[in-house]
Every structure is written in structure tokens, then in C-alpha cells.
Ligand binder design. Structure first.
Ligand SMILES: [Fe+2]
Length: 410
């Protein structure tokens, strides 16, 4: 008989079982068939899991498990279905279409698009900072290419968002928010003009920061109240900048303006709530927070995407429009493509794509053997029986695996 216990009571020698309960149904439950080690306890607590199911019969540790059992369970998380409000404002999702081609076949085109977008984002941002005449319309063909790549295999371009170099945050953040915003609008089944507007607004969303002095933007200290108030004007300043370009839709302009607005009205600069936040603003708010939290910055280490999604899931319906976060997680998969993971047998691999029906069991390209030596890359589907499950996500500091290179050359 399995016992549900708090992760704080975990001890080496216990045996955790995989309940098969979807993470989306209970994001606080750690689920895997594995023996508990000291390292695993640390990982589970770090990743924010609160509960596990233990099998006393398979545990090496013989103690009174009844005494540890959680009898009064916290109320179950509501099923991860979009609520009525979200259904009204968002079209039906496109479901889980199979990609037209495998991720590895799309990587060259995706990389080309990503690099061009990166150069363009730098040209826009630096040009405006220098007061040059910058033609923002040049972003249009780039966003067209992004949407084509996402249509062939969305995981290719999205994996590059995760794998960028660590010292180009200002520009790569613009491209990532653009890619994730366009992909998210597409996943939610919004019409092509909204998908395109989300991509365009993503590239431009922080353009207002070009008017913020660099010593404020890069200050390795807490900002003064005045400096902070000025920084919070950047969505409005970006909007004013983008508005100068003839022919840009209201969806593009409002995406830039609203990317820091929140569903509960606690955002800025307008402080509006609910339906008053533009659709492109709602989409970009999620893409922006996801990319910021999963990035390395001078003042903080990147958080592994798996955990970022868990944190953001808890913000759903407050910061983010009801139903949107659930769709975002379904789009990325619980282990987004490009994540480096350790398997239960000690091998190490890179996530190459999700199984939408079973998001905890994606496809993985194994690149290190159990001793840590490079091996001939083999792609496995962890949804198949007798294939080792994922043990944990590795942070960049824990691994020397260059996932960009692997996904590009394999
Ligand atoms: Fe911003």
C-alpha cells in the first residue's frame, strides 16, 4: 500500500513510486519509480515539490510509514482546463499536431532564422539608442520565417531560445520573447495576424529600454525609487517609438505597451486588468517572464525550465490570464526541447521533443553514458516501456553538454 508523504520527510533508502498522475493535475507531486538518495532529496526540495508517494515494501528504510502519511490532503489542484473566461476570449487550441518534420531536420533552418533575428534585434536596439534612423519594418520577413519554421517543427526554434549564449541577454531576450510569443499565439489557435503581431511585438517589446541610461539598466545594485519609476516607463516609451512606423497594427503596438500588465491589475504602466489587457500583451507577458526566469543574469543563476513552469503555474489566474498558463505548459512540454537531463540509469541527454499526451515522458537524445563519457548519440522515447525515466534537469553549471551543438550536428 503506497503512502503519500511530505517531501520534507524524505530519507535515503525510501522508494518513490510513479503514480502516473499528470504534473498539470498536481504540480507539487514528485512522481518517479526510484530509490531515494541524498542528492535526490535535495533536487526534489529545490524544485519545489511538496509531496511524494512511497512504497514501504520496496523501501530499504524500515520505519513506521503510517506515522508519516499525509492524511489531510490539501485540496486537489483544479484540472488544468482553461476556464470559461479564457475560452471566451481565446479561440480553441489547435491540439497537438504532429510536426511536419523531425526536430533535427529543422535545426539548420531554425538556427539561420534565429541568428538573423538576433542581428536584427541588435540593430534595432543599438540604432535607437544612437538615435539612428531605424526601419522597424525589416522585422516582418523575419517573423514570417519564424512562423514557417514553427509550422514545420516548433521545437527546433524554441530549443534555440533556451540554448543561446549567456552574454547577449538584451538581444536574445527580444528574439526569445518573439519566438515564444508567436509560437504561443499559434498554439492557442489565434488567427495569423495575431500570431504575426505577437512575433513583431516580441522583438520590439523592450525597445523602450534603449532610452533608459545604461548605468540604470546594468546597475549591479538596487535601483533608487526614481530610477525604478523611470525604468517602468519603458513599455510606454517603446510603444511611442514603434508607433512612429507607418502600417503597424494596433495588436503590435499594444503588445509592446502591455507586456508588463497583469491580469489582476498589478502590472504597469497602465495598471489595467482582465479584458482591458490586450491579447498580444497577455501572450507576451507569459513569454517575457518565462524567458527572464530561465536565463542567466549577472545577479541570478538561470532556473531550470521545468521549475520555471512550476513557479509560473502557481501565478496563473492572478498575474496571467486564466487558462493561458496551462496552454503555455502544454505547448512547451514539462521538459522543454533543449533541456539537459539526467536519466535514472545515470546517462545524460538532451530533450528533443515532447509527447503531448504524456508530457513527463519526452524524447531524449542520449549523449553521455552512465560514467559521464560522450557516447554515440541515440534518441530514445521515454514513453516506451523499459526505457529509463528522467531523474532530473541539469543546470548549465552542472553539465558540459553543448546542447546547441548536439542538436545542430546530429
Ligand atoms: Fe519589459
Amino acid at each position: 500500500m503506497y503512502k503519500k508523504i511530505s517531501t520534507k520527510k524524505l530519507q535515503p533508502g525510501m522508494y518513490i513510486v510513479d503514480t502516473g498522475i499528470p504534473w498539470l493535475d498536481n504540480p507539487y507531486l514528485y512522481s518517479a519509480d526510484t530509490e531515494v538518495t541524498e542528492a535526490l532529496v535535495k533536487t526534489i526540495l529545490n524544485d519545489g515539490f511538496l509531496e511524494v508517494y512511497i512504497d514501504p515494501d520496496r523501501s530499504q528504510l524500515q520505519i513506521d510509514y503510517d506515522a508519516l502519511e499525509i492524511i489531510e490532503n490539501p485540496p486537489a489542484e483544479p484540472a488544468a482546463e482553461p476556464d470559461a473566461q479564457a475560452e471566451e476570449s481565446a479561440p480553441a487550441t489547435t491540439g497537438y499536431p504532429m510536426p511536419d518534420i523531425p526536430i533535427l531536420a529543422e535545426m539548420d533552418a531554425a538556427r539561420n532564422t534565429y541568428v538573423c533575428a538576433l542581428e536584427q534585434a541588435q540593430t534595432f536596439m543599438d540604432g535607437i539608442r544612437r538615435n539612428d534612423n531605424v526601419d522597424l519594418r525589416k522585422a516582418k520577413p523575419l517573423v514570417d520565417d519564424m512562423l514557417k519554421s514553427l509550422g514545420r517543427n516548433q521545437d527546433a526554434l524554441m530549443s534555440l531560445c533556451k540554448l543561446r549564449s549567456r552574454d547577449d541577454y538584451t538581444y536574445s531576450h527580444c528574439v526569445n520573447v518573439s519566438v515564444l510569443g508567436a509560437a504561443f499565439a499559434r498554439h492557442m489557435g489565434f488567427p495569423p495576424e495575431i500570431q504575426h503581431a505577437a512575433g513583431m511585438a516580441g522583438i520590439f517589446h523592450d525597445l523602450g529600454k534603449a532610452q533608459v541610461p545604461l548605468d540604470i539598466l546594468n546597475a549591479p545594485r538596487a535601483l533608487t525609487e526614481q530610477e525604478f519609476a523611470f525604468l517602468r516607463k519603458h513599455p510606454r516609451m517603446g510603444y511611442e517609438q514603434v508607433k512612429k512606423t507607418p502600417g503597424f497594427s494596433q495588436d503590435i503596438l499594444m503588445g509592446v505597451y502591455d507586456h508588463h500588465e497583469r491580469f489582476n491589475g498589478h502590472g504597469y504602466p497602465r495598471g489595467v486588468s482582465g479584458e482591458a489587457v490586450s491579447v498580444t500583451g497577455r501572450i507576451l507577458a507569459i513569454a517575457d517572464v518565462y524567458d527572464a526566469l530561465s536565463s542567466n543574469r549577472s545577479y541570478k543563476e538561470a532556473i531550470v525550465p521545468h521549475r520555471v513552469l512550476g513557479i509560473m503555474y502557481q501565478m496563473r489566474g492572478e498575474d496571467f490570464f486564466p487558462g493561458y498558463m496551462e496552454h503555455f505548459i502544454r505547448m512547451l512540454g514539462i521538459y522543454p526541447a533543449g533541456s539537459v537531463v539526467e536519466m535514472q540509469d545515470g546517462t545524460v541527454g538532451v530533450i528533443t521533443g515532447s509527447n503531448s499526451a504524456t508530457p513527463t515522458r519526452p524524447r531524449v537524445l542520449i549523449v553521455r553514458d552512465a560514467e559521464g563519457y560522450p557516447c554515440r548519440p541515440v534518441e530514445i522515447d521515454t514513453n516506451l516501456p523499459e526505457v529509463p525515466a528522467i531523474q532530473r534537469c541539469l543546470t548549465p553549471a552542472e553539465t558540459d553538454v553543448d546542447a546547441t551543438l548536439l542538436l545542430g550536428v546530429y
